[in-house]
Design a protein around this ligand. Structure first.
Ligand code: DQA
Length: 146
């Protein structure tokens, strides 16, 4: 089964959007990096982005049946979405949370994450490299059941 890598709102603008915070790497570049790293790990991946909360919920519900684990950067919904949290809890899958920026260095409203309540752990502050770190993490979670 594949790992679902799900990306939330405005991440389609990576590379153009606040590059001083999020870097010059585009989401397409991150998709390519993840695919290459996933091949090395022998882990199939499905990489998606949506600006819509409900679509992210639908994909998490789909992952419940179809995936071995979820890597999620819920972007702004991290800080607001009980619906995404509930979908992740219902999935019963290993979840790794990713953020490009170090959310704890930023605005106070970014310090709280609903996603964290459902995640095994969080990787933040390492930019695009956080996604490959998250793949390593989910790979060991899938292959070393707790
Ligand atoms: C983000 C951090 C969020 O606070 C923000 O709303 C984003 C991106 C990150 O990857 O650093 O859109 O999730």
């Amino acid at each position: 089964k594949p790992v679902y890598i799900l990306n939330g709102p405005n991440l389609n603008l990576l590379g153009q959007r606040q590059p001083e915070i999020y870097g010059a790497t585009t989401l397409q570049d991150i998709d390519t990096m993840c695919r290459a790293h996933a091949v090395d790990l022998g882990l199939p991946v499905i990489f998606r982005q949506s600006n819509h909360e409900g679509e992210l919920v639908d994909w998490i519900q789909e992952a419940r049946q179809e995936a071995a684990g979820i890597i999620i950067n819920a972007a702004a919904y991290t800080h607001t979405s009980v619906a995404i949290l509930d979908a992740l809890l219902a999935s019963d899958l290993p979840v790794v949370e990713v953020h490009l920026s170090n959310i704890h260095q930023r605005d106070a409203f970014r310090h709280h994450s609903y996603v964290s309540k459902a995640a095994k752990g969080m990787i933040c502050g390492f930019g695009a490299q956080g996604y490959t770190l998250a793949l390593d993490a989910i790979h060991s979670l899938i292959h070393t059941p707790s």
